[in-house]
Design a protein around this ligand. Structure first.
Ligand code: SIN
Length: 276
């Protein structure tokens, strides 16, 4: 197995591995690469069928079924991240980390390219360990000990963000209520590294402050998190698979392929409670 960084501070390409067969020490090495680099891209996985995808996720650990994205009858563990050729809105087209609105957020995801536009449709990632490390000491002191409230209700509810778009009819879960409080700086559950854990999609306010009072500091953190040298780009090809750690990264699915369809299969991996 060979590891080739995608960018100096974020992401790695793993070469010389067949995910459909990976287990034991190989799986441990993949896990370790993702905990360190945030996201791993593995190309050429032409035998990574839906059944192989599910089997790999089960070897990794538990699967969290997504409450909002379309599921297939044949493989309900797989969430379909689909944009049709005649749709303008995509799913996940803003910086976020998945499921931070859950009390025990998902560990990460395994995303498989099933149908790609002729160009565009890349996914950007940003590394939250590097983002935290690069904060000025004064800002680190300011957020030390803070907690923040996260929810997805404003995104998915009947009159939420997606309801105003041409993606409205494709999503589920409009009646769900979500909400969780997490430390603003968490420790990675395995490596112990400090990670910035707020995100612009699902973090609403700091505990003890209103949304309006929270926004200036949140925006300073978001700007720092998405600094260009803290990001990397996953450029998809047929057979590409990306596996990422939601605690260590944010991601943003670029919506620059109007008039073409794109379909990805995502399995979300169960996580563990987060702590400062
Ligand atoms: C997502 O999980 O937010 C979607 C990512 C993508 O489609 O590239």
């Amino acid at each position: 197995m060979e590891l080739v960084p995608l960018a100096p501070k974020c992401g790695v390409e793993i070469k010389g591995v067949r995910l459909a067969q990976a287990e034991g020490e190989t799986l441990d090495a993949i896990r370790s690469a993702i905990y360190t680099h945030g996201v791993a891209l593995v190309r050429g996985q032409d035998d990574f069928t839906p059944d192989a995808h599910i089997a790999f996720a089960k070897r990794w650990g538990g699967i969290d079924i997504n409450n909002y994205f379309p599921l297939t009858d044949e493989h309900p563990e797989i969430a379909v991240v689909r944009k049709k050729a005649d749709q303008e809105t995509n799913i996940g087209g803003a910086w976020h980390t998945d499921h931070s609105y859950d009390q025990v957020p998902a560990m990460g995801s395994i995303l498989v390219a099933r149908l790609l536009p002729p160009s565009g449709g890349d996914t950007m990632f940003a590394h939250m360990g590097e983002a935290y490390d690069a904060l000025p000491q004064g800002l680190k002191d300011e957020i030390d000990g803070l907690q923040a409230f996260h929810t997805a209700d404003h995104v998915y509810k009947e009159d939420g963000i997606y309801a105003q778009t041409d993606m409205a009819g494709d999503l589920r879960g409009q009646g769900l209520k979500t909400g969780a409080v997490h430390p603003v700086v968490i420790r990675h559950p395995v490596t112990g590294r400090k990670l910035l854990y707020v995100n612009s999609a699902f973090t609403i306010h700091f505990v003890g402050k209103t949304r309006a009072e929270s926004l200036p500091l949140l925006h300073r953190l978001y700007d720092a998190a998405t600094a260009a040298d803290n990001t990397c780009r996953v450029a998809w090809e047929p057979g590409s698979v990306a596996i990422w750690d939601n605690r260590t990264t944010w991601h943003n699915a670029l919506n620059d392929y109007q008039g073409y369809a794109r379909e990805m299969h995502r399995i979300t991996l169960s996580g563990e409670p987060l702590a400062a």
